[in-house]
Design a binder for this molecule. Structure first.
Ligand SMILES: Nc1ncnc2c1ncn2[C@@H]1O[C@H](COP(=O)(O)OP(=O)(O)OP(=O)(O)O)[C@@H](O)[C@H]1O
Ligand SMILES: [Mg+2]
Length: 421
């Protein structure tokens, strides 16, 4: 109950000098200081991701193209498990990195050769994932970069996540609904991954593409964040933000970031708020198949405030009323605090973790370190899966900004080029 008071009190009348906010700023600046000291033992600038990568990147294995071709049976279509903006993802099997023991099942992402967005994202992914190390971030095992007669080949080899993405479970009708407690635990583990990126590293990392399709699930429904292609180092020293060309996925990106290109860790908080509402309602951030007034999730939910009687009406019908209403209201209030217009009023990730831990306790599961195991459901036939994926692929949308105006488009790589250059 108390968890929400601090955020409830952050109304418009709250000035920048309010004690909670000062405390939050102090905590953040002391974290920044810790980061500085952690780097070398004396006060100096934190090292950049490329610098850290030079130190830690050797943990990644460099695969040859033919190794990965063999691992995926020549990129057999039957082994294809997904498709995103970067290219196709295959299930494969490689020799263990140590060289001993049973073959290791992996996910191999292969850049489309005509993909224009690919190389820069591939490089960012290798560098960030070569540096970070956390149970709630997907593990990159290695990569392949080959420039041969057949053109450029860029691939990434990850630990295999057997339970697909949060998106697939929330919106794919082929999978059974996820129970309330599992939803909360997915949120908590995703929040822990983001907390590590924002607060736990020598240099702050802003994920920039937090969304349900980038939350992958292991056999126990623990979440791991994937896709670091858009990740950025956070601001350093006295800087309040980093200036970038706004990129991200339409429906998830923070409005102030879209408008100004000023990126802060608070932008990830907005995206987290959107995913909180996706989990509560079982609806996509943007769904063009719904009536106009319901297409934008965060606009629609405003008509059903967390404290109102009508609130229940937005809850995912697939939950079958099997959730504690009071806790659901608190999660909605948490989402509202992440979706504050003023980015400074959004709670830090570590606070979100605490609130979700409380919500799990209140929902009747005291042991928050143990994720409820939900039996994996049978997957549809590959052909059906491909068809579903294809439809979902075109439903996704990205936005791009051009001279101050932004529009949304069906995903199109040449449009995406505008925003990553
Ligand atoms: N490490 C992995 N283990 C198992 N499946 C994976 C893994 N990485 C990706 N996938 C599967 O591949 C799908 C496509 O992933 P990908 O990140 O390429 O696209 P996306 O997240 O749907 O879209 P975007 O390109 O916008 O990130 C995922 O939804 C997931 O089902
Ligand atoms: Mg992805």
């Amino acid at each position: 109950m108390n968890c929400f008071n601090i955020f409830n009190s952050k109304t418009k009348k709250k000035s920048k000098s309010s004690p909670e906010l000062r405390e939050q700023q102090q905590t953040q600046s002391s974290k920044q200081a810790t980061r500085l000291v952690k780097s070398t033992g004396s006060i100096s600038s934190p090292r950049s991701i490329p610098e850290l990568y030079r130190e830690k990147g050797h943990n990644l294995k460099k695969f040859s193209f033919s190794e990965l071709r063999i691992a995926t049976n020549n990129f057999n279509r039957m082994l294809k498990i997904g498709e995103g903006g970067f290219g196709s993802v295959y299930k494969g099997s490689i020799k263990p990195v140590s060289g001993e023991g049973d073959p290791l099942v992996v996910a191999i992402k292969k850049l489309n050769r005509n993909s224009l967005q690919g190389h820069k994202e591939w490089l960012a992914e290798v560098q960030f994932l070569g540096v970070v190390d956390h149970p709630n971030l997907v593990k990159l095992l290695g990569y392949c970069s080959a420039d041969g007669e057949r053109g450029i080949q860029r691939l990434l080899v990850y630990e295999y996540m057997p339970n697909k993405s949060l998106e697939a479970h929330l919106f794919g009708r082929a999978l059974p609904p996820i129970p309330w407690i599992t939803r909360l635990k997915i949120l908590l583990s995703a929040a822990e991954g983001l907390t590590y990126l924002h607060e736990g590293l020598e240099i702050q990392v802003i994920f920039r593409d937090f969304k349900s399709s980038n939350v992958l699930l292991d056999e126990n429904f623990n979440a791991k964040l994937s896709d670091f292609g858009l990740a950025r180092e956070g601001p350093q020293g006295d800087r309040s933000h980093v200036s970038t060309m706004p990129v991200g996925t339409y429906g998830y990106a923070a409005p102030e970031y879209v408008e100004t290109g000023h990126l802060k860790s608070n932008s990830d908080l907005w995206s987290f708020g959107v995913v909180l509402y996706e989990i509560l309602t079982g609806r996509r951030a943007i769904d063009r198949n719904l009536p106009q007034s319901e297409q934008k999730l965060i606009e629609w939910v405003k008509q059903y405030p967390a404290d109102s009687k009508r609130f229940r009406m937005i809850m995912d019908p697939r939950l079958n009323n099997q959730y504690p209403l009071d806790t659901a209201r608190k999660v909605a209030k948490l989402a509202d605090s992440c979706l504050k217009k003023n980015p400074e009023e959004r709670p830090p990730m570590s606070r979100i973790v605490e609130i979700l831990q409380d919500a799990i306790r209140e929902s009747g599961n005291g042991n928050i370190s143990e994720i409820t195991s939900v039996a994996p459901s049978p997957l549809p036939e590959p052909s059906t899966r491909r068809a579903v994926r294809y439809i979902e692929y075109w439903r996704h949308e990205v936005f791009f900004v051009s001279r101050g105006c932004f529009r949304d488009h069906a995903r199109c790589e040449s449009q995406f080029l505008f925003i990553i250059l």
